[in-house]
Design a protein around this ligand. Structure first.
Ligand code: NDP
Ligand code: 8X3
Length: 254
């Protein structure tokens, strides 16, 4: 039987790249996100390209009831989830603390922190019952080191870092691995979302250096997922060669 991975935020960027990587390696996939058309198109693409089975679940991770309903409604055959990839997340705005939009703050905390908690608690009983599983959380380099005007996005990713450590301690007794992945700059839709569709500002985030691609992160996540049962990578910080921290870039052109 093929192993099963559930990926939140599979409609773009890192989540979508992971869907391709795991499908190419024989995983059946539960893919989630809010954009139903993209989920359906991705399901067709993955099934036709890799010959795996794909189930789509369309929900907003901030909606606890929707999360619980979707996961509780999984057909029995799909409940043996081997890997939960908590990837759905976003930054909104890059503003000084005293000026930043409170609605943006709430959306980031509700998505990056509460959404991760809701999905994890909904999926966890399937893992504790089987006494195996691997939870992989997308943190960020922003969850290791704060930067100017990063305030609440950074705080949300510091929370992911803390929760990953805490989950690892509490879930070890069930044979469940917890890995936190902390990328630096990855060129996806992330900056377009952050700058609310302002494409010039978004593009500027990757000017003068070669950023990571979503595929680079998918390769690293797949590596962490493929290690022997007794080996767990706890924490992985990944940057491109021209980034060495949230502030240090060597911008020499691409
Ligand atoms: P993208 O914007 O390309 O993709 C984000 C994904 O998250 C989309 O599939 C989106 O799906 C989903 N998502 C966002 N909000 C919600 C929600 N409320 N409910 C359900 N799904 C949601 O960004 P990335 O791929 O770059 O980001 C993925 C993760 O990686 C995030 O957690 C981000 O913080 C983290 N990260 C990104 C870095 C980067 O530089 N790009 C660096 C470090 C970490 P939909 O809109 O369909 O709901
Ligand atoms: C995304 C990376 O540096 O833009 O988490 O915050 S950064």
């Amino acid at each position: 039987m093929n192993p099963i991975i559930l990926i939140t935020g599979a409609t773009a960027g890192i989540g979508e790249a992971c869907a391709h990587k795991f499908a190419a390696n024989g995983y059946n996939l539960i893919i989630t996100g809010r954009r139903e058309e993209r989920l359906n198109a991705l399901k067709t693409n993955l099934e036709n390209t890799y010959g795996v089975s794909v189930l789509t679940l369309c929900f907003d991770v901030r909606d606890k009831e929707a999360v619980n309903k979707a996961i509780a409604g999984l057909p029995e055959a799909w409940t043996a989830i081997d890997i939960l990839l908590n990837n759905a997340g976003l930054a909104l705005g890059r503003d000084s603390f005293e000026e930043a939009d409170m609605d943006d703050w709430e959306t980031m905390l509700d998505t990056n922190v509460n959404g991760l908690l809701y999905v994890t608690r909904a999926v966890l009983p399937f893992m504790t019952e089987r006494k195996k599983g691997h939870i992989i959380n997308l943190g960020s380099i922003a969850g290791k080191e704060v930067y100017e005007k990063g305030n609440v996005y950074c705080a949300s990713k510091f929370a992911v870092d803390a929760l990953s450590k805490s989950m690892r301690i509490d879930l070890m007794k069930y044979g469940i691995k917890v890995t936190a992945i902390h990328p630096g700059a990855v060129e996806t839709e992330f900056s377009i979302v952050r700058f609310k569709g302002e494409t010039v500002k978004a593009a500027a985030a990757y000017e003068g250096f070669i950023p990571l691609t979503a595929g680079d992160i998918a390769d690293s996540i797949y590596y962490c997922a493929g290690l022997p049962p007794h080996v767990c990578i706890n924490d992985l910080v990944i940057t491109c060669l021209q980034q060495a921290g949230t502030y240090y870039f060597h911008k020499s052109g691409k």
